[in-house]
Design a protein around this ligand. Structure first.
Ligand code: AMP
Ligand code: GLY
Length: 422
């Protein structure tokens, strides 16, 4: 197939890498891709979605996979479908599950899906009055997309009121915050569960755990995610079953009733509280870094999974997962997540140890290429991914690879998967 992947991160690289390892040969295109995706295929740069759809028709693209949320919320899937193209991802209407936290919370409420008690409001007094009825910590969320930064966990009522006022006034998150959600704090452990959906049918992937804070022991500011592993032993059949019955099925049914059937990746942010899965949020795409371990754990060809997802044939697919564990450690630039960093050349040592060579790989994210050399260009630069028949083995291999990859200012967490190894 000719396959186009939208996005430029480690997530999109990992989808491309998995497809490039399939037995069947495919031609890969990335829009815009990064300095390493052009080793897997061809990077193109057509930002306008209508022009991109025309290009896709001319170049006989058989399947388009959309990585990040922004193009989905902007309606790229609708434009591609209007052009008769096969595309895997939710419509603009269904992408509101991520595009608007108010929309998402109202869907959860309407279809009785377990979530934190909340109000949504555009009114400062209403927010403050609700906060007065709560006990800290209190969670205040901006409605719109904020690149993962629109959530404040306030440690006092005063702090919660200030956060609510700042959001509503537009000072903290601009238009994304003129509507807010105030909700109760859930105390438990977080899981990332992904359901591949075709509007009717779904397939659940092994549960993963992300590590959102920059520092070891979950300290410091939030990031896009500093590492992930799967499958996590913190989930059992009971939790999977509850997530399917109480969350995935009513959501897919509900979205049909709303006239916005959900196709694409439903990313379910779960907090497990006393053994009960409670929904923190939905995203409408793969998590990054979760994708970087889930793609290589799939035995089913990734292109087939997404193609069947895009063409309502998931009921005809028997999804197979490898019987092993994956751990991904993010290497970020010196100033991440505070600011940009100077470009730095990336050197990967020749890896002679067969064990590491055969059970690891790198997924590239924030990199550019010049004269055949790769440079770290800031943010999350790359991920060292390790595999093994235990989480510990997978993690040791991932960290062994980390020791072989160098660039000025490289920054990692040293405790990825700690919750599984406690
Ligand atoms: P969200 O963008 O809604 O996933 O929020 C970002 C992060 O904030 C989540 O991954 C959680 O770690 C945390 N969070 C969000 N909502 C809550 C909540 N109600 N209780 C506790 N933590 C939360
Ligand atoms: N890893 C969390 C996210 O992609 O939002």
């Amino acid at each position: 197939m000719n396959i186009l992947i939208l996005g430029s991160g480690g997530r999109e690289y990992s989808i491309g890498l998995a497809i490039s390892k399939e037995t069947e040969e495919h031609n890969l295109y990335f829009m815009p891709g990064n300095g390493a995706t052009d080793n897997l295929g061809t990077n193109i740069n057509i930002k306008d979605y209508n022009e991109l759809a025309s290009w896709s028709k001319e170049n006989r693209i058989d399947l388009t996979i959309v990585g990040p949320e922004a193009p989905l919320v902007d309606g790229v899937v609708d434009i591609f479908k209007e052009n008769g193209l096969t595309v895997f991802g939710p419509s603009k209407a269904a992408a509101q599950l991520e595009g608007s936290k108010v929309y998402m919370k109202n869907i959860l409420k309407k279809y009785n899906i377990p979530t934190a008690a909340f109000i949504e409001t555009t009114n400062e007094k209403e927010a403050h009055d609700f906060i007065d009825t709560m006990t800290a910590p209190i969670v205040v969320k901006a409605d719109g997309l904020c690149g993962g930064k629109g959530v404040i966990i306030a440690q006092s009522k005063e702090e919660a009121k200030e956060a609510a006022s700042d959001m509503l006034a537009g000072t903290s998150f601009g238009d994304a915050g003129t509507s807010i959600v105030v909700e109760e704090f859930l105390d438990g452990y977080e899981l990332s569960i992904f359901a591949i959906c075709d509007g009717e049918n779904y397939k659940v992937l092994p549960a993963a755990q992300d590590h959102k804070r920059i520092g070891d022991g979950d300290t410091g500011p939030n990031t896009g995610g500093m590492g992930a592993y799967a499958p996590t032993p913190l989930v059992n059949d009971d939790i999977y079953k509850k997530v399917e019955e109480r969350v995935i099925k009513p959501t897919l049914e509900g979205m049909k009733q709303e006239g916005a059937p959900f196709e694409g990746v439903l990313f379910i942010g779960v907090m497990v509280v006393n053994g009960e899965p409670i929904i923190l949020e939905y995203n409408v795409r793969f998590g990054d870094p979760e994708c970087e371990i889930l793609m290589p754990l799939l035995e089913t060809p990734v292109s087939e999974l997404f193609y069947k997802g895009a063409t309502k044939q998931l009921d005809k697919l028997d999804i197979k997962i490898k019987d092993e564990f994956g751990v991904a450690v993010v290497m970020a630039s010196a100033n991440y997540p505070y600011g940009s960093s100077e470009p730095a050349e990336i050197i990967v040592d020749d890896i002679v140890d067969e064990d590491i060579l055969n059970n690891t790989h790198i997924s590239y994210a924030g990199v550019s290429k010049e004269d055949d050399k790769l440079f770290a260009t800031g943010g999350r630069v790359l991920l060292c991914v390790g595999f093994g028949d235990s989480i510990k083995k997978a993690r040791d291999r991932a960290y062994a690879l980390c020791g072989q990859v160098h660039f000025a200012g490289k920054k990692i967490r040293t405790d990825i998967a700690y919750q599984a190894l406690k």
